[in-house]
Design a protein around this ligand. Sequence first.
Ligand code: FMN
Length: 185
Amino acid sequence: MTTALLLAHPNFAASRANRALLAGVQDLPDLEIAELYALYPDRQIDIAAERERLLRADRLVLQFPLYWYSTPPLLKQWFDEVLTPILYKEPDVVAALAGLPLLAATTTGGVAGSYEGDNPSAGTIDELFAPLRATARKIGWQWQKPFALFDIRNQDDAGFARAGAAYRATIAALPKLEPRLRLAS
Ligand SMILES: Cc1cc2nc3c(=O)[nH]c(=O)nc-3n(C[C@H](O)[C@H](O)[C@H](O)COP(=O)(O)O)c2cc1C
C-alpha cells in the first residue's frame, strides 16, 4: 500500500515552497508522488490510471499552492473526472476506498494571520477548504486537519527546512486505511 501524494502545481519549475515540502517527505517509505501537471501536460487525465493509483493507496495527500483561495484547476479537474464516475458508477471502488484518510496541504503567499488566529481576514484554511471537506465526506473519506505553509516569500532556507520536516511528520502520523475495509483492489 502507498501514500499517494498528488502534487498540483502549474509552474513547479519555479516553485520554492512546494519544492521544499516535497524535499521534506521524499524519503518517506511507500510514498507515490504524482505530479499532475507533468503527467498530464495536455490536461488529458488518465482516469483508469488514477483510479488504480487510489486503489493502491492507504492514504491520500493533495499538495498545491493556494490559488485564489482554492486549488489550481487541474486538481479540480481531477476531482471532476476521476471521482465523479467512481461515486456514481463504481460502488465497489467507493466501498474499497471507504475511510481513506485525506490530507490537503497548501502553501500561501498570505501571512499566517490572514488564515489563523482570532480574526483571520481570509477565513481559516479549513473553512476555505469546505468544498474539499464536503467532497471527502460525500465519498466516505476521512478528512484530516489541513497542513499549511504560510507567508512563503518571507521563508529562508531554514524556514523551508523546518516546514519540510513538519510536513513529513504530519504525513507520517496520518492514519492508514484499514486493509480489512478493502473489498476490491
Ligand atoms: C494565480 C495565483 C493566485 C494566488 N492566490 C493566492 C491566494 O488566494 N492566497 C494566498 O495566500 N496566496 C496566493 N497566491 C500565492 C501562492 O499561493 C504562492 O505563490 C505559492 O504558494 C508559492 O508556492 P511555490 O513556491 O511552490 O510556487 C497566488 C499565486 C498565484 C500565482
